[in-house]
Design a protein around this ligand. Structure first.
Ligand code: ATP
Length: 235
């Protein structure tokens, strides 16, 4: 059996008196389209930040493609593409410049052919020379996705990528992420939208108060909890 794309064991994180992650165990297989659901404050972003090495856990272990996020950080980070929730960019760089900078962060030079491919597949070619401050929110969100792909990571984590996004962009984004999954990428998606998880994800973990309270195939989860009660649990 191949190594898991992501393996998380006994993960804990406390912010002062608040226990944001209270012992999370999770294994996500290579090639999965996996949903991480939970209400506000459940710990989804903290979990993703820990995977990306941005938050240091108090206890437990995290691995990406078999690489420990603490002791083998560079390899683990290289295996991971992260699409964060917030649209934070330096406003004075163009789209292409940002993607070059991101490539440089991973020590990749001469990445322009791949950057061109990413831009084309996200319908951003015409915006390559445009400064970030001049882009709409929807375009910025696409740039976030592009940034996550510059180093060709096998595992891609998207943190609520469709929050505040109109229907058309949302559908375009999902078609794109589905294609990434078909091409062999492991996808992990956090969302509040049950209908998104339902149509996209093969398995779902539900996080609540820093714990995994349910983990199963999407079909089984939906059967176990009537859609209504699952929705209530998420809100
Ligand atoms: P949302 O769906 O609203 O984004 P989430 O499931 O991603 O929520 P987190 O953002 O991980 O949840 O937050 C988990 C808990 O930790 C929340 O109570 C939050 O207020 C708290 N928290 C997150 N980051 C910090 C921080 N840097 N300092 C203090 N508390 C934090």
């Amino acid at each position: 059996m191949s190594i898991p794309a992501i393996r998380i064991a006994a993960l804990t994180k406390r912010y002062g008196a608040l226990q944001a992650l209270a012992g999370v165990d999770l294994e996500i297989h290579q090639g999965e389209f996996f949903g991480l659901l939970g209400p506000n404050g459940a710990g989804k972003t903290t979990l993703i930040s820990a995977l990306a090495g941005l938050v240091r856990p108090d206890g437990g272990t995290l691995e990406v493609m078999g690489y420990d996020v603490v002791s083998a950080y560079r390899k683990a980070r290289r295996a991971l593409g992260v699409v964060p929730q917030e649209l934070v960019f330096d406003p004075f760089f163009s789209v292409r410049e940002l993607l070059r900078i991101q490539s440089g962060y991973f020590g990749i030079r001469g990445n322009d052919d791949w950057i061109d491919e990413i831009l084309a597949s996200l319908d951003l070619t015409a915006k390559a020379g445009v400064n970030m401050r001049a882009l709409s929110g929807g375009m910025k969100r696409r740039v976030l996705v592009a940034q996550a792909l510059v180093h060709r990571p096998p595992v891609i984590v998207l943190d609520e990528p469709t929050a505040g996004v109109d229907v058309e962009l949302r559908q375009g984004l999902w078609a794109f992420v589905r294609k990434l999954n078909r091409d062999g990428h492991t996808i992990v998606l956090t969302t509040h939208y049950l209908e998104e998880a339902e149509t996209l994800c093969g398995r779902i973990a539900m996080l609540k108060a820093g714990r995994v309270v349910a983990l199963d195939s999407t079909a089984n989860l939906l059967q176990r909890f009537a859609t209504h009660s699952l929705r209530v649990r998420l809100e």
